[in-house]
Design a protein around this ligand. Structure first.
Ligand SMILES: Cc1cc2nc3c(=O)[nH]c(=O)nc-3n(C[C@H](O)[C@H](O)[C@H](O)COP(=O)(O)OP(=O)(O)OC[C@H]3O[C@@H](n4cnc5c(N)ncnc54)[C@H](O)[C@@H]3O)c2cc1C
Length: 450
């Protein structure tokens, strides 16, 4: 029997996972390890592995596998484990979620259970339009890049303007070079990695322009991808105009002031036929937004608790769909948590017992912290990890976790940077001191001494 035909015969899934990247695959494997057999992964691309398949550089897996792998190697370790154990659909896009509480009789008559069912609408060239029923859902849809439209750069609309990720796909998967002379706007990790990649392919990378006074990428990428290749990078600079009618012919570059306003007197011209934009990633959550899941405006991902549970019962989220990660190892860690939580949910649904503790304690971003994930604490019984990013580069500071006047943890840091995700773990003993909201702040060493 063909795989797709077998999949269509299944009336109701225990877990449907949207997205077959590292987050979705880790979630699927963990739920399977916990004894859930009826799992379906739906992936819109023609292969599993997500964005990792186009990241052919190394640097993946140092935490999770304790060795340095390329993106495809890291993904393949999960794909090899999935094969033969877990069903998946490729080239199939989830276009709609119906998360209203559909109360159905259990499929198996002997169970005589009333079940709360979610519906997942899928489009695929092979299967057409299909609606799958599932008891629980894991959203692992990753993120997408910001485009020129979000930046409003003046100028013409010639060919030769790409997001850094799309050039990565052209070069690494499809075997095309985008041009001969490139300028890169933004110094996020993808921009830095592509500066090195294009240089290795013989393209002259004329300049990386960064509007902020610092790079938003990892320090290791600034050193290994830019400094080691002597690629010019200008901080506090942006592109003020794109030139060229049919094809990019060059860009005007300007310095910016402290309020990030262009200083016209500093303008200079850089000749190029290609412009790469590496100006930020946004969690991909269109289907979640329209299904009524509560979202965090700071992360653009769903609000979640320490187990990756969203605001809708039985719906979990993990990976870049929740917040943009710089290391895939932590994406896999979140996938494992989501897989565990979905397995617990299925077990509680089947035996009629529900987890009794649901505290809903908000976790807030305090001074100099842009966001914190998870945003809610619902149990004090297990170790929890808080992931967060700071608003600016700060030297000699303390990460302080407080609940009202109780200090739960304080950690000294030599430097913190917005481009690097920070994490702090809290034990059940520390959580016992929680009185109300939890706040994560960065305090300057000076303030702590005062
Ligand atoms: C250029 C680049 C370089 C990186 N370099 C490193 C590095 O050196 N080291 C490191 O550790 N990490 C690195 N990362 C980070 C790491 O690759 C990501 O954090 C990780 O891949 C995110 O995993 P994910 O599963 O959340 O998302 P993704 O890998 O993006 O997977 C999400 C999947 O969901 C699918 N999907 C989305 N919507 C739908 C839908 N509606 N229906 C069906 N399928 C859908 C997508 O097609 C995709 O396959 C890099 C990332 C990028 C982009």
């Amino acid at each position: 029997m063909k795989k797709a035909e077998k999949i269509l015969k299944i009336k109701r899934w225990d877990i449907v996972i949207v997205g077959g990247g590292p987050a979705g695959l880790a979630a699927a494997l963990q739920a399977h390890t916990r004894g859930i057999e009826n799992i379906l992964v739906i992936e819109r691309d023609i292969h599993l592995g997500g964005i990792l398949q186009q990241c052919i550089h190394n640097g993946f897996g140092l935490h999770h596998f304790k060795e340095e792998l390329t993106g495809p190697e890291y993904a393949q370790r999960f794909i090899d484990e999935i094969e033969g154990k877990i069903d998946y659909l490729l080239d199939a896009m989830v276009v709609d979620l119906d998360l209203q509480e559909h109360d159905f009789q259990g499929v198996d008559d002997s169970e005589n259970l009333r079940e709360k069912i979610k519906k997942v609408s899928v489009m695929s060239p092979e299967l057409g339009y299909q609606v799958f029923e599932t008891r629980s859902l894991i959203l692992a849809t990753g993120c997408r890049e910001r485009t020129r439209g979000a930046l409003l750069i003046p100028g013409t609309r010639p060919a030769g303007i790409f997001t850094a990720g799309s050039v990565q796909r052209f070069v690494n998967i499809e075997g095309y070079l985008p041009g001969k002379k490139a300028v890169i706007l933004g110094s996020g990790d993808i921009g830095l990695i592509m500066a090195r990649r294009l240089t290795l392919e013989g393209i002259d990378v004329k300049l990386i322009c960064e509007i902020m006074p610092y790079s938003s990428g990892l320090t290791r990428n600034i050193v290994q991808c830019v400094e080691n290749f002597n690629i010019p990078i200008k901080y506090n600079h942006t592109i003020s105009q794109i030139h060229g009618r049919h094809r990019v012919e060059g860009v005007s570059v300007c310095e910016v002031d402290a309020e990030r306003r262009i200083k016209p007197e500093t303008e200079f011209f850089v000749e190029c036929d290609t412009l790469l934009l590496s100006v930020g990633l946004i969690p991909e959550n269109e289907i979640s937004l329209s299904s009524g899941i509560l979202m965090d405006p700071m992360t653009s991902g769903p609000l979640i608790n320490e187990s990756m549970a969203s605001s809708i019962e039985g719906v979990f989220a993990c990976g870049n769909a929740v917040h943009v990660h710089d290391l895939v190892d932590f994406v896999s860690e979140e996938g494992i948590k989501a897989g565990d939580a979905a397995a617990d949910y299925i077990a509680s649904m089947k035996n009629g017992k529900k987890e009794s503790e649901a505290l809903r304690i908000p976790i807030r971003a305090g001074s100099r912290v842009r966001y914190v994930v998870p945003q809610f604490l619902d149990t004090k019984k297990k170790n929890i990890k808080l992931f967060f990013r700071v608003t600016e580069e700060i030297k000699n500071c303390y990460i302080n976790i407080e609940s009202h006047t109780e200090q739960l943890r304080s950690l000294k840091k030599r430097i913190v940077k917005p481009g690097e995700m920070l994490q702090v773990e809290l034990s059940p003993e520390q959580l016992l001191k929680v009185q109300g909201d939890l706040t994560v702040s960065i305090d300057l060493a000076q303030e702590v001494m005062d």
